[in-house]
Design a protein around this ligand. Structure first.
Ligand SMILES: [Zn+2]
Length: 359
């Protein structure tokens, strides 16, 4: 969902419209570099970070997030290695969460930079590591019969759409073909020492199973991953593996965990540009979801609604099938916050579709 340009103007972008060149980087703080890679999706880029590091007396870099595994991103990385590492190796790969654009190339980076003397290790939350390993081993990752049944139970009736979802095999595996067979676990509240500086892990929920953001007090920098984005609102969805989840409440509670950080914190988001105005942005996200929830309540007061019915309420633009799958998960998340909060009740209609009405 894109928010208005007016909201964006309330944030401060210290680099204005400057973007890192392809295969290059921009230094944002001492030892903190910004890399940007293209994605072949509607969301057409991802930001990655290089942090100057030292492990076991070895000088080098920690990479934060990896891009999906395709030929172009591998080629871009090779250029970054040649231009931006000052002749030093990548020592470790830190991943904020399991989504393909973040973890896709972790296996390749770890293999590429491991030597007999030093293993280039993946660092990630335990939940997301396990979920990613599972997702890249099963055939029906984000597709298949169960997902089609789930979407049908939320009002998707077009047989053509359902067939495409049923037939979508190995979606995750096509972007994340493998995961390193071992990892180091990131945990909420723990500090990771990177280049002699402490970076605190802040767990967040509602977007991924256990997303880890990283905050360095000394630098005044927050690597927010996908939890706080400056331009678009984070995708918050409920899917078939956890069909009763209250993902939106988890998400809104999670972003409040950044409120104790200083307003002047430089936020490094995975999409969009580095910005200042963390508290402002958190306020905007709460307002945004409150407005959407009010609109959903209005619709449900008029007649019982299913998730599919409220897609036009939440998304004012036409959606293709791929976008519809995300949008439908997000519609369920909005309905579930109101349902768990006691404002809506739900019942299955004669077709087996969940209908929500004012409680
Ligand atoms: Zn994500």
């Amino acid at each position: 969902m894109s928010l208005s340009a007016e909201l964006e103007r309330a944030l401060h972008y210290p680099l204005a419209d400057q973007l890192p060149p392809r295969g290059g980087a921009i230094e944002l703080a001492p030892g903190v570099k910004w890399v940007r890679m293209q994605l072949p999706f509607a969301l057409d880029h991802i930001n990655l970070w290089l942090l100057r590091d030292r492990i076991d007396g070895r000088e080098g870099w920690t990479v934060v997030d990896t891009c999906i595994d395709h030929a172009q991103s591998r080629a871009d990385w090779e250029q970054v290695f040649a231009q931006e590492l000052e002749g030093l190796p990548v020592l470790r790969v830190l991943v904020t969460h399991m989504h393909p654009d973040h973890v896709g190339l972790a296996h390749w980076l770890c293999e590429r930079w491991s030597t007999p003397a030093h293993e280039c290790r993946l660092w990630m939350s335990g939940t997301d590591y396990q979920a990613a390993r599972y997702a890249c081993q099963v055939v029906n990752s984000f597709g298949g019969e169960r997902l089609a049944d789930y979407f049908r139970s939320h009002g998707m009736v077009n047989e053509g759409d359902l067939t495409q979802i049923r037939d979508r095999k190995s979606y995750y595996r096509s972007l994340v073909p493998a995961l390193p067979p071992s990892y180091a676990r990131l945990m909420d509240g723990a500090n990771v020492t990177i280049g002699g500086l402490a970076w605190r892990c802040v767990a967040g929920y509602g977007h991924a199973p256990e997303h880890i953001a990283l905050y360095c007090e000394q630098l005044g920098v927050l690597i927010s991953g996908d939890m706080v984005l400056p331009r678009i609102s984070t995708n918050v969805s409920v899917y078939e593996m956890e069909p009763e989840a209250d993902a939106l409440t988890l998400f809104l509670d999670s972003i409040d965990r950044y409120l104790p950080l200083p307003e002047g914190t430089l936020v490094l988001p995975s999409h969009g540009k580095p910005f200042r105005g963390l508290h402002t942005r958190i306020g905007q996200l709460h307002d945004h979801h409150r407005d959407r929830l009010d609109e959903v309540m209005d619709a449900a007061r008029a007649r019982p609604v299913c998730a599919y019915d409220i897609l036009p309420v939440l998304f004012k633009r036409p959606l293709d099938l791929h976008q519809t799958t995300f949008a439908l998960g997000e519609a369920v998340a909005h309905l579930h916050r109101l349902w768990h909060g006691g404002r809506l009740r739900r019942a299955r209609d004669g077709e087996g579709v969940w209908r929500f009405s004012a409680a």
